[in-house]
Ligand binder design. Structure first.
Ligand code: NAD
Length: 507
């Protein structure tokens, strides 16, 4: 579909930032000096609708320098002053909601309702960390007496400060561009770090809004810098001497490279990586609710979620009923361009990602897996569409059961006792998220304690609040985002031990 053929009532075309407005360094926009333009593709049509000049290696170095030079001014501001800027970001995101929704519908293929959630979630993160930044002032220098239990008072007191780590490299993927960035940028700025953002080469356009918001809130020049580019720009950023902290979200393969790069200078590192998360449906679960939560957990954002619950473990006694409802829901799903206001699932965001999903479909056919629904691309539409897909009784060694597919593909298995369900849930290299659906919430919570995952939803779809925590066990990453943990990821504790009596002075 081209622009002229968009449906009546379809979203207005998004505003495309000018080409000379791509690289943001030291509070000013520059033309990217990198070689190969990045293409913004509409995944509903497969057509390029904008190109972006990426940053060059020299611009990486300028951005690193700018972030390093801005650090001492930014860190010396009070938390309350930094909070004012953060609120400017959340206000600005909300003021541009329509524009950002349109851009994400076009560039990510997100249905309108999902694109709207992204803007709201990004704004909520800035509000939350504004409050934490303001609160930080009262926590700085907190004092306490030092003593060993049972020993005489040594006349010493302790004090604790939370110091920002320095200029932070923020490297993000394409599936929730505004949100993933907000979960890094907001706590980094709140803690007193400056930042260099490297958006995904596939979804750069929406991310450029953060430069506009920096201008609008009067953020001191150099506190935020943005470098569009592909992986090489990310690697150069990690290696840049100006950078003192790395926060990366993306695939495990890239995460390992980032970890190797960060290890060269022993940089503090946060990694948010992949998942193969389980959803356990217990025998006392409400069938309709279980099917609804299972469908949302794998079809939201076309399954392109690190937290997608892509392995359904359902109790034998209700398995047939849950599977029947799930199949009916899957068949009814409206899969179409976000221009269709009834679309519940859009296209896969990138052609490469769709190709990857199709290789799993092929493997499933070759290996004779039982495909209940989908398992094919949508050939009648242009663009990168695939059918929402269910496989039943997938062998536990099969790649469809074990590997992160990052698409709307659910592998289903039945279990006869809960210990077996927990063992199967935990039999994975990942440990990012999980869901449990059951009639007795207390029992489900007790079971959750046995599941190795950083975030577990019980009887609810995947809603994420900024004051929770985000991150995984095992190969799903290192560290936590969101909540106070997110702020701690950009700070280090400084402790003072202070003599409180004159006579404690050295003789
Ligand atoms: P990716 O690893 O290909 O790319 C992520 C980012 O890293 C991009 O900006 C990319 O340009 C950059 N990059 C690539 N090579 C680099 C290098 N050598 N050094 C530094 N940066 C480099 O991931 P993707 O395909 O964009 O995203 C999908 C993956 O992200 C999935 O595996 C998914 O599970 C994961 N993810 C995890 C979370 C989480 O919170 N745990 C959230 C979203 C996505």
């Amino acid at each position: 579909m081209n622009d002229d053929m968009r449906r009546p009532g379809a979203a207005a075309p998004p505003t495309i930032p000018a080409r000379d407005k791509a690289v943001y360094i030291r509070g000013a926009w520059h033309t990217g000096c990198g070689d190969k333009p990045l293409e913004a593709v509409d995944p509903s049509s497969g057509k390029v609708f904008a190109d972006i000049a990426p940053a060059s290696a020299k611009q990486v170095s300028l951005a690193g320098q700018a972030a390093a030079e801005a650090f001492s001014e930014w860190r010396s501001l009070s938390g309350a002053a930094r909070a004012g800027h953060l609120r400017g970001f959340s206000d600005g995101l909300r003021a541009r909601k329509d524009e950002l929704v349109a851009l994400q519908m076009r560039n990510n293929g997100k249905p309108r309702s999902e694109a709207m959630i992204d803007v709201d979630d990004a704004a909520a993160a800035f509000d939350y960390y504004a409050a934490l930044a303001a609160d930080l002032d009262g926590r700085q220098g907190g004092g306490f007496m030092l003593a060993d239990p049972g020993l005489a008072d040594p006349g010493l007191a302790g004090r604790t400060y939370f110091e920002p780590l320095g200029p932070a490299a923020l490297i993000v993927p394409w599936n929730f561009p505004l949100v993933t960035t907000a979960w890094k940028l907001a706590p980094a700025l709140a803690a007193g770090c400056t930042a260099v953002l490297k958006p995904s080469e596939f979804t750069t356009l929406a991310e450029l809004v953060y430069g506009d918001l920096a201008d609008e809130t009067g953020l001191p020049a150099g506190v935020l810098n943005i470098l569009p580019g592909a992986g090489a720009i990310g690697a150069a950023l990690v290696a840049d001497p100006g950078i003192a902290k790395v926060s990366f979200t993306g695939s495990n393969a890239t995460g390992r490279q980032v970890m190797a790069g960060a290890s060269e200078r022993t940089l503090p590192l946060s990694l948010e990586l992949g998942g193969k998360s389980p959803i356990i449906v217990l025998d006392d679960a409400d069938v309709e609710k279980a099917a609804e939560i299972a469908a949302a957990g794998i079809f939201f954002n076309c399954g392109q979620m690190c937290s997608a619950t892509s392995r359904l473990l359902v109790a034998d006694s209700i398995a047939d009923d849950v599977i029947a409802v799930l199949r009916a829901k899957t068949r009814r799903m409206v899969v179409d361009s976000p221009d269709n206001p009834h679309a519940e699932m859009g296209p896969i965001t990138t052609e490469a990602q769709r190709a990857k999903i199709l290789t799993y479909f092929l493997k499933a056919r070759v290996d004779g897996l039982k495909c209940l629904e989908g398992g094919v691309a949508r050939t009648e539409a242009d663009g990168f569409f695939v059918e929402p897909t269910l496989y039943l009784d997938v062998p536990f060694h099969h790649p469809i059961w074990r590997e992160e597919i990052f698409g709307p593909v659910l592998a289903i298995a039945r279990f006869s006792d809960e210990a077996e369900a927990v063992a199967l849930a935990n039999d994975t290299e990942f440990g990012l998220a999980a869901a449990i659906v059951g009639g007795d919430p207390d029992h489900a919570q007790r079971l959750a304690r046995q599941v190795v995952a950083g975030h577990i939803w019980i009887n609810t779809p995947q809603i994420i609040f900024p004051n929770t925590s985000w991150g995984g066990f095992k190969a799903s990453g290192i560290g936590r985002e969101l909540g106070p943990h997110g702020l701690a990821a950009y700070s280090a504790v400084k402790h003072l031990t202070v003599a409180t009596r004159q006579e404690a002075k050295h003789a």
